[in-house]
Design a protein. Structure first.
Length: 65
């Protein structure tokens, strides 16, 4: 008994962009975006997606001792 052969070809595209801004020594902002797409010659294996967001990071102030 032989195994079934599928000639599957996928084409993947990915892009990522992010930047961190330090506003104050205790506060930073990081906007980010990601794009991902895969195109396949086999039905059901094609998809695309996007993610965008902003991260705010606040650190607790600790005085020097």
């Amino acid at each position: 008994m032989g195994a079934a052969k599928i000639d599957r070809a996928d084409h993947l595209q990915v892009g990522t962009l992010e930047r961190t801004y330090v506003v104050l020594h205790w506060l930073s902002i990081r906007p980010y975006a990601r794009y991902q797409a895969r195109h396949s010659n086999v039905e059901g294996f094609t998809f695309d997606g996007n993610i965008i967001g902003v991260e705010l990071l606040a650190k607790q102030f600790r005085p020097n001792r």
